[in-house]
Design a protein around this ligand. Structure first.
Ligand code: HEM
Length: 525
């Protein structure tokens, strides 16, 4: 109890106890044994050795020694909250998923925001992408949208992900910097990866220094598929728009805030929910068919490209509110395990090679991180509906099935069976082609949308992008990397390239990097 009285007592056996009085439960061991003394280990005599016989001491230290689990290999620093999603417009024409068709239905959800590159203890206002990972506990199982606050990604193929992340995180010899952008390895990799240029424009914009989690957008990034009751597919991109509007800080504010309060974003989210100021987001979709996809300037399977909202407007279909804090940060925010493969009937994948790789990666990493294939039994990961299958045993089994049957097919009464009518059906797309490591031609256009994004910004936003590039590249020691980056910028916007070259004090303008596909200048701002 708060305000309990405190006193120091010497017990009958001479033990020193720090006692707080008041109504309280008796402290026990993990075996439920009441504890006599939690402050002094069992010893021989006044000055003798400590005894292994002290099972409470042994258990307490043992458990403490095992408190840490590996932090996420990326997105290690995160902060989450619970909420409720409410559908306002049915997408029945396009999908059979209950969460997207039952208007008024309230679906519980959990959202974890994160930075990507910094370690678990890094600062909130590092210039970085923000993760926006949502788990919807639907009546048909868990659906995860594992998104970011930027609608495109650095790379087009998951095979490059380990290299991207190695380059972005602290360098292996020195163990710093924690910030993603300000170092040679990051810009070396980026300057040799022109497909990242569109994302680079976004990360150098103010979006990567948000005012708080309450002010960030969320994007599913990839093109997914909706499938209706008749089995017809429609392409979809998922969007989340903060009702408070998109807001950022300026770079000099970010630097000061990081010094004064590295927990600025998590404190803001905690305080606002605690005070009843529940942040809300609209959920929207961009829907399109094969005909649009075939005629669109770029391949809709390329995660480095957006589909401009002018071409396919975002249709708002519902909203969610974050209205409940976690009871325990570790149990919920740390142990939550998102996976792009967690998907419900009526929603499906596409052949985006980044998405396909992600589908493969998350389970692997979570087995390592959470230590057992039974991490789905942890309450934050468990669906709100019964789970029925014959998977069994393993470390930390919590959902052991009752009864005799543990295989399928079986003829015992009351056992779960597969359901051709209700079960998840994969979209039966026709796939043909030769086996090769290629993608369609527009994957090679690396600059057109980077330019389109840059010219769509206001003058002050463009200035911030120029300032950010100059600042970040000024931290790069190798001049050839700086020059190569300016060579890429020449493919995006000449004035921007000149501003950065001048800011970096380059003696002469480096040559333009030869583009695989010339930048298109016909795309509107
Ligand atoms: C974690 C988003 C690409 C592997 C995460 C998280 C987010 C995210 C938001 C943090 C989830 C959380 O809060 O717990 C994205 C987006 C991507 C992308 C939007 C591109 C569009 C990839 C790729 C791979 C990958 C290509 C690997 C092939 C991982 C791994 C984790 C992770 C291993 C750690 C998961 C965990 O430990 O629970 N990603 N990611 N990601 N991502 Fe990605």
């Amino acid at each position: 109890p708060q305000g309990a009285k405190f006193e120091t007592q010497i017990g009958e056996g001479g033990e020193l106890h720090q006692i707080t009085s008041g109504d309280s439960d008796v402290l026990t061991t993990q075996q439920g044994i009441p504890v006599f003394d939690d402050q002094n280990s069992l010893k021989v005599g006044d000055r003798g050795p400590t005894l292994l016989e002290d099972f409470h001491f042994r258990e307490k230290i043992f458990h403490f020694d095992h408190e840490r689990i590996p932090e996420r290999v990326v997105h290690a620093r995160g902060y989450g909250a619970h909420g409720t999603f409410t559908l306002t417009e049915s997408l029945e024409e396009f999908t059979s998923a209950g969460i997207l068709t039952e208007v008024g239905e309230q679906t519980p959800m959990f959202l974890r925001f994160s930075t990507v590159a910094g370690n678990k203890g890094s600062a909130d206002l590092a210039r970085d992408v923000r993760g926006f990972a949502v788990k919807f506990y639907t009546k048909e199982g868990n659906w995860d949208v594992v998104g970011n606050n930027i609608p495109v990604f650095f790379i087009q193929d998951a095979i490059k992900f380990p290299d991207l992340i190695h380059a972005a995180k602290q360098e292996p010899d020195r163990g710093f910097p924690q910030a993603q952008t300000a170092h040679d390895n990051f810009w070396d990799f980026i300057s040799l990866t022109p497909e990242s240029m569109h994302m680079v424009m976004w990360i150098m914009s103010d979006r990567t220094i948000p005012r708080g989690f309450r002010f960030v957008e969320g994007f599913g990034v990839h093109t997914f598929r909706l499938v209706n009751a008749e089995g017809k597919g429609t392409y979809v991109k998922f969007h989340f728009k903060p009702k408070l509007g998109l807001q950022s800080v300026a770079w000099n504010e970010a630097v000061k805030i990081n010094g004064a309060d590295p927990d600025f974003h998590r404190r803001d989210l905690w305080d606002s929910i605690d005070q009843g100021n529940f942040p809300e987001w609209d959920m929207g979709v961009q829907l399109f068919d094969d005909e649009f996809a075939d005629n669109f300037e770029f391949d809709v399977l390329d995660a480095t490209k957006v589909i401009p909202e002018e071409q396919i407007p975002v249709r708002i279909i519902g909203s969610f509110k974050l209205d409940r804090l976690v009871d325990n940060f570790f149990a919920e925010t740390e142990q939550v395990a998102f996976c792009t493969q967690n998907i419900v009937p009526g929603i499906g994948f596409t052949n985006d090679p980044l998405l396909q790789g992600r589908n493969f990666s998350y389970l692997d990493t979570q087995l390592k991180r959470l230590g057992s294939p039974n991490f789905t039994h942890i309450p934050i990961n468990a669906p709100n509906i019964p789970v029925n299958n014959y998977q069994q045993d393993g470390h930390m089994e919590m959902h052991a099935r009752k009864g005799r049957a543990n295989y399928e097919p079986n003829s015992w009464a009351g056992t779960p069976r597969e359901s051709p009518s209700k079960g998840y059906k994969h979209f039966p797309s026709q796939e043909t082609g030769r086996k090769a490591q290629v993608r369609s031609a527009t994957f090679a256009d690396h600059y057109s949308q980077a330019r389109q994004f840059f010219i769509s910004q206001t003058a002050i936003e463009q200035k911030h992008i120029g300032d950010a590039l100059t600042f970040e590249l000024s931290k790069v020691e190798r001049v050839d990397i700086r020059e190569l980056m300016v060579g890429h910028l020449l493919n995006i916007d000449e004035t921007l390239a000149k501003t950065v070259a001048t800011g970096l004090g380059l003696k002469s303008m480096p040559p333009k990097v030869k583009a695989a596909v010339e930048t298109r200048t016909d795309l509107p701002a």
